[in-house]
Design a protein around this ligand. Structure first.
Ligand SMILES: Cc1cc2nc3c(=O)[nH]c(=O)nc-3n(C[C@H](O)[C@H](O)[C@H](O)COP(=O)(O)OP(=O)(O)OC[C@H]3O[C@@H](n4cnc5c(N)ncnc54)[C@H](O)[C@@H]3O)c2cc1C
Length: 274
C-alpha cells in the first residue's frame, strides 16, 4: 500500500536559444524544435528517487514499498518525452497534463493547473520543483504551488539532511551562507544543482520508460474553467522574446591615471549613467 507520495514537477524546455514566437498568440513555438528536460528538474527527479530510497531503506527490504515517486508535466503532447526520461531514472509513474487550452500559460495559470492535478493525485507528502526553468526563468511556479495548496515552501534546497514520514530538515544555499530549516510534511521545495548528481538511466530503466503507460489529463478531466488556464487565465503575457544586440564600441583611455579618470567620468556623464 502507498503511504507516501513524492511528486516531482518537470518542464520541457527548448534545447536551444534559437526560439521563435508565434506572431498570433505571442507564445513560444515549441513544435519542430529540439526540446529537453529543464536542467534543474533533473536534480529534482534524482532527489525524489533518493528520498524514496532513504525512506524505504529503513525497512531493510529496500523494496521501495509504501513510497511512490510521481512526475508531472504541463505541456504540449511532445512533453511526454521528458516524463519517459524521468521514469528511466527511477520515477514510478508519470502524468502528462496537456490541453490546447493550457497553451500560453503564465506562471499563475501554470501553478493553478498543476495544483489541481496534484490535488487530484491527493495524499502527497513532498513536492519537488527545480529552482527555475531555462526559458521562462521566473522561479515563481514552486512558491505559487505551495500558496495554492496551502503548504510550506522552501526554496534553493541544497541538501535534505533528515526526512521521515512526518517532517523534514533541509539545508538551503543562500548567496553568502547556508540556512537550516525544519518543516512538517506535506511541503513544496525547489532544489539547486548542489543537491545531488543525477544518475544515468540503466538499460532496465530505459525499457521500463519505453513501455510505460503515461495518462494525459486534460482540462475536462481536471474540471478546470477555461478562464483560469492558458493564455485566457494568465495575468501576464510574453509579448516579445529577442536576443539583445550586443554593441562592442571599445575605447582605450590613455594618459596618467588622473587624466584617465577624468576622461572616464566625462564618458559616463555623456551616457547619463552618473
Ligand atoms: C521567455 C519567457 C519569459 C516568460 N516570462 C514570464 C513572466 O515574466 N511571468 C510569467 O508569469 N510567465 C512568464 N513566462 C511563461 C512561463 O514560462 C510559464 O508560465 C511557465 O509554465 C512557468 O514559468 P517558468 O518557466 O518561469 O517556470 P519556473 O517558475 O522558473 O519553474 C520552476 C519549476 O517549476 C516547475 N515547472 C514550471 N513549469 C512547469 C510545467 N509546465 N510543468 C511542470 N512543472 C513546471 C519545474 O519544477 C521548474 O523547475 C515566460 C515564458 C517565456 C518563454
Amino acid at each position: 500500500m502507498i503511504e507516501i507520495k513524492i511528486i516531482v514537477c518537470i518542464k520541457q524546455v527548448p534545447g536551444s536559444t534559437e526560439v521563435k514566437i508565434d506572431p498570433e498568440t505571442n507564445t513560444l513555438i515549441r513544435e519542430g524544435i529540439e526540446n529537453i528536460i529543464n536542467p534543474f528538474d533533473t536534480y529534482a527527479v534524482e532527489e525524489g528517487v533518493r528520498v524514496k530510497e532513504r525512506l524505504t531503506s529503513d525497512n531493510n527490504n529496500n523494496s521501495g514499498e509504501g513510497v511512490e515517486v510521481i512526475s508531472i508535466s504541463m505541456g504540449p503532447p511532445q512533453a511526454i518525452e521528458v516524463l519517459r526520461e524521468s521514469i528511466s531514472v527511477g520515477v514510478d509513474r508519470a502524468i502528462l497534463i496537456s490541453d490546447r487550452a493550457f497553451a500560453g500559460a503564465d506562471t499563475l495559470a501554470t501553478s493553478h493547473t498543476l495544483a489541481r492535478a496534484i490535488e487530484k493525485i491527493g495524499d502527497y507528502s513532498l513536492i519537488i520543483c527545480g529552482k527555475q526553468s531555462l526559458d521562462g526563468d521566473t522561479g515563481q511556479v514552486g512558491p505559487e504551488l505551495a500558496q495554492r495548496l496551502g503548504v510550506p515552501f522552501i526554496g534553493y534546497v541544497s541538501a535534505i539532511l533528515e526526512i521521515d514520514r512526518k517532517r523534514m530538515k533541509i539545508k538551503r544555499l543562500m548567496d553568502d551562507r547556508y540556512e537550516i530549516y525544519e518543516t512538517k510534511l506535506p511541503c513544496v521545495i525547489s532544489v539547486v544543482k548542489d543537491i545531488n548528481i543525477p544518475r544515468v538511466p540503466s538499460l532496465r530503466g530505459k525499457l521500463k520508460a519505453k513501455n510505460a503507460e503515461i495518462p494525459v489529463w486534460n482540462r475536462d478531466y481536471l474540471e478546470l474553467d477555461s478562464k483560469e488556464v492558458g493564455l485566457e487565465g494568465s495575468a501576464t503575457q510574453v509579448v516579445k522574446v529577442f536576443t539583445p544586440e550586443v554593441k562592442h564600441d571599445v575605447r582605450i583611455l590613455d594618459g596618467s591615471v588622473e587624466e584617465q579618470v577624468e576622461e572616464l567620468y566625462k564618458c559616463l556623464k555623456n551616457l547619463n549613467v552618473v
